[in-house]
Unconditional design. Sequence first.
Length: 401
Amino acid sequence: MSNAVVTGIGIIASNGANKEHFFETIINGQTGLKKSGIFDELHIKSTSIAGEVDEAYLTYQDQIGIEEKSILMAYQAIDEALHDSKISKSEIKNMGMKCGLSVSTSISGNLNTMKHIKSKHNNINSNPEWLVNVPNYTRKVARFCNVSGATYTTVSACAAGTAGVGIAIDQIRNGNLDVVLVVGMDMLADISVAGFHSLESMSVNGCSPFDKNRDGTSLGEGAAAFIVESKEHALMRNAHIYGELLGYGLSNDAYHITSPDPEGSGAIRAMNMALKESQLNPQDIDYINVHGTATELNDVMEAKAITDLMEVASPDVLISSTKAVTGHCLGAAGSVEMAVILMALDRNIVPLTAKLVDVPNEFGELKLVYGKSIEKEIKYAMSNSFAFSGNAASVVVGKVN
């Protein structure tokens, strides 16, 4: 059985156009949240704040307005990940069926759907081509990368990015593939903004996870890409290894379409499954990048789930949420936060929870990192993604000696 390791990272989000810029803002708590015009376009007054990627960040400027923004961000992240890993697209092509692709999203393709809906609403004939173009984002990414092996698409709401990493782990371990390109992408869109507005779950001035005065989440957008390969393949190339993907877990609490089970049952199962697959105990984990959306229900549920998982009142594991910097990137959230834990592991630094000032008593026993990031050796880290419809996903990464 082969071990799956990460040798390349690429990312673009509201807080950074590349991995170095991104991680610098993460560890310094410099938020990418700002006023976005999408709320005015939809006549939404509940907030104007989101993690919108500045178009100036995009490298494929000639494709703006032609391709969906999520696709352009994915292309950019892939380019960086390939360069970081020192693998070329021609090498990927030569790998043939031994190189695959795992794409995660929740609303990519939505732009064409909305064009069709708006056309119907305005009694304008809509080109039925939208039916073909809605699901073709994975095909475009595969063609862009020269991937001809197994290709997977995960659309499990905000757990998709983490679940997509799990696909890569399985494919490498089973020996089906030597290399997997893992990509998570999502953009701000009418449907997500209107949906979260209807739930009254968006923060007025920008989200502040686990803070006493938190008032909801902030939407974000972005793309993250990873080169995942067998350890043997990476060592043969003398590649830099950010970390090993030790295990993942998926579950569903089947509790409610938008609200989590307050007991954290699905979250606990996903974390336990990831730990079991990693052959680790809960106490072995040094850092958890939590889902931490800053909604009232999520933060309480996740805190309870972690405490119950650790089976002690005051677990030693360091905890932070990075959504106050990136916003909630929906289907790409797990991918964006995978970049966080891999770079934290590689550089031995635990990012702070930006905007966290006043920790309420209900979270007082958790070792929340806030105020400033902490330099600390990290051997094992976990990332959690807990989504609508009860979807839950967790992944564990570890250092490679």
